[in-house]
Design a protein around this ligand. Structure first.
Ligand code: DC
Length: 676
């Protein structure tokens, strides 16, 4: 996951490949709650691991549920059989509506009938998301709910410690036109107390019906068959009881699929395959594919996969009632940037009470890109930028809304080849923590579009620390090219080849060392460096390995052998490469090149304290002499001698702290970004 304050997406040229989606948020949290309420243990497979499921799991544990991780994305939940184990707890539910609403209903009923008291709260935005209609319904049937803040919004206290009889004889009215989650919450909770038939009557037009379908299907998997009359009346038969299905599999998230469906429709290639969700998905958002097809996407698929490629191009503008796909409809708004006219998305008032006011957020951010947007009370009209020249780039705000971040990543396919900055990209963790990694895995960029920052300089100048700091701040990969030359020296020695200058002078011997370099099975795994199965992380960091690297790196064929390997590190979202010739030879087109120096004395002192802190004995004078010898060889060699690129920014950090150097380079980098 990208944890930086922003992520710059390089312009995307095309999309192809296969992506396996994480589990559905809506299904995951419903299944977890049902597993917690029912009798017996339930093994949940392919559970989504995200912020929203995390708060649900924590809440269930706080309620005394036994939850065990039994594998990757797999948990075993031992149900409470509708009986409170803990009579009071304070539950923090973040910004997870799928936890807040159903837990409020279930805990109110259990606390009121069994004598408990629970506080539920969330992040500030959660306290702005309405829950009054659900609370009203719970109060009608005799549940005790106390407002702890503004009436109609969390935080709430559920139950008061005493037992109360519920009145379930009369139909329970609940509004269906603000959020379908209120009805879902009642449907999930009422089977706990359905001694007799319990009837729920929906007041107003029910929105987001497909989510109710998911609820009904899952209830049935847990042994409760709800009777539905149209979308107005729902009857839970008296004597209903939850029973664990033993094992349950969570479908991949159909809303998450929408971004890759869009990507397939936008990229001019063989298309994108999406694994984990198919044409017959139980999730309502699967109907997004009909809308995408109307816009021109060419979609095929099976039970558990979809394949999407470009059909009509440019996309066709549409005018659509999106009530049935409220979440995925946001993706249509992003696709509208590539349509041949004005796209109108109607009946989306529920956007206003989601993670943020999505109508305003979407309109504001689309305008930043050059689109013309009309924001209605419950609709949005999007007219794309007139042509490539009318596209703009600007930092996209995401309002702590995962879908804003994912939708606007699609703007990186813009015809103007502009990079797109996504602020607070980590908000995708709500439903799809690895979204950007997956996006990068199925997209390609035009040659030179992936930004590379080169940091060259002599040994012990602090290149590694500076490069890592810059890479971390930007979410970029880091290439320590010195490590590659160190590896060549070590690998040659492991293969029984000498790295002495006199031996390397023999061209036949040099070719053998180059062949070792070309065939190194090197893998960087976090801080570890592996050569085949051998962990050589420590060995390549020794002074001897540094000297060996300096000798083998003077050989032309060795440098040639490592060229392609180094180029392969330049992948989205970007690369910070450090070494001697990053700016001069390997990435001569890099938009930012830094030449880092410090006095030889200072560098020797830094190396000295580094070694001493690791418990490695060292002598300052020897280090200074070694360092000067390496400087001389690296600078005077024929092949790629150490020197600043002509357009390099010089940075002497003799008297500068690391944070200051990192900030300076980041400022230079910011200066290279397209003006907004
Ligand atoms: O940066 P370092 O100390 O890990 O580098 C080890 C040696 O590798 C250095 O003395 C010269 C060589 N090197 C090189 O020739 N070109 C690079 N891009 C990086 C390192």
């Amino acid at each position: 996951m990208f944890k930086q304050p922003f992520l710059d997406l390089p312009p995307i040229a095309s999309a192809h490949g296969t992506v396996t989606l994480p589990g559905s948020k809506s299904i995951s949290n419903r299944v977890l709650l049902l597993a917690a309420l029912c009798d017996g243990a339930t093994e949940v497979h392919d559970l989504l691991s995200s912020d929203d499921t995390h708060v649900m799991l924590e809440a269930l544990k706080a309620l005394g549920c036994e939850v065990t991780e039994t594998g990757v994305n797999q948990v075993r939940v031992v149900g409470l059989n509708g009986q409170l184990k803990t009579k009071s707890a304070a539950l923090f539910l973040g910004n997870a509506g799928t936890a807040m609403r159903p837990l409020t209903a279930a805990l109110t009923l259990m606390a009121s009938t069994q004598g408990g008291s629970f506080a539920v709260s969330g992040v500030p935005r959660m306290h702005e998301r309405p829950i009054g209609d659900l609370v009203d319904a719970l109060r009608v049937l005799g549940g005790v709910v106390t407002d702890l803040g503004e009436p109609g919004y969390p935080p709430l206290r559920l139950g008061d410690g005493a037992t109360h009889a519920l009145n379930l004889a009369a139909p329970i009215p609940v509004r269906g036109d603000v959020s379908s989650q209120f009805l879902t919450a009642l449907l999930l909770a009422l089977p706990l107390v359905a001694e007799q038939d319990v009837v729920i009557e929906v007041v107003g037009e029910l929105i987001s019906k497909p989510y109710i379908e998911i609820t009904l299907k899952l209830l049935s998997q847990f042994g409760v068959q709800v009777q539905r009359d149209e979308w107005r009346r729902f009857t839970i038969p008296g004597g209903s009881r939850y029973r664990s299905p033993g094992k349950i599999h969570v479908e991949a998230d159909a809303s998450s699929a929408s971004y890759f469906v869009a990507l397939g429709a936008l990229g001019a290639t063989s298309g994108v395959t999406i694994q984990g969700v198919g044409l017959q998905s139980i999730q309502g958002d699967i109907r997004f594919i009909e809308a995408a097809a109307m816009m021109g996407a060419d979609i095929s698929g099976g039970d558990n996969h979809l394949h999407v490629k470009r059909g009509a191009w440019p996309l066709k503008a549409i005018d659509l009632d999106c009530n049935h796909i409220p979440d995925a409809a946001m993706t249509l708004a992003a696709m509208a940037l590539y349509a041949d006219g004005t796209t109108t998305l109607r009946n989306i008032a529920s956007w206003r009470v989601k993670e943020t006011d999505r109508l305003t957020a979407m309109a504001t951010e689309l305008r930043k890109l050059g689109a013309t947007v009309e924001e209605g009370a419950d609709y949005l009209c999007v007219t794309p930028p007139a042509d490539a020249r009318a596209w703009r780039t600007a930092p996209i705000d995401t309002y702590d809304d995962h879908r804003m971040a994912m939708c606007f990543s699609l703007a990186a396919l813009n015809p103007a080849d502009l990079p797109i900055r996504i602020n607070e990209p980590h908000c995708v963790a709500k439903t799809y923590p690895d979204y950007f990694e997956d996006l990068f895995s199925v997209t390609t960029n035009r040659p030179g579009a992936v930004p590379v920052i080169c940091i060259d300089g002599p040994t012990a100048s602090g290149k590694g620390t500076l490069s890592q700091g810059v890479a971390q701040a930007l979410g970029y990969a880091w290439l320590d090219s010195g490590a590659l030359y160190r590896l060549v020296g070590v690998a040659a020695e492991m293969a029984g080849l000498s790295t002495q200058v006199s031996d390397l002078a023999d061209p036949a011997h040099a070719e053998k060392v180059a062949a070792v370099a070309a065939n190194m099975a090197v893998r960087f795994d976090g801080d570890r460096v592996l050569l085949g199965e051998n962990d050589v992380s420590e060995r390549i960091r020794t002074e001897a390995a540094g000297m060996g690297a300096s000798r083998v790196s003077a050989i032309g064929p060795v440098r040639q052998a490592l060229l392609e390997l180094q180029h392969r590190f330049a992948k989205a979202p970007g690369l910070v490469a450090d070494g001697r010739d990053m700016g001069t030879v390997i990435f001569p087109q890099a938009p930012l090149k830094v030449f880092l120096t410090a006095s030889a004395q200072k560098r020797a002192e830094r190396r000295y304290s580094q070694l001493i802190s690791k418990g490695i004995p060292a002598k300052l004078d020897d280090l200074l002499a070694d360092l000067q010898e390496r400087d001389a060889r690296d600078t005077n060699r024929t092949h790629a001698p150490l020197k600043p690129a002509e357009d390099a920014m010089q940075l002497d950090n003799t008297d500068m702290g690391i944070d200051e150097s990192i900030q300076l380079v980041l400022n230079w980098w910011q200066g290279k970004q397209p003006k907004t």
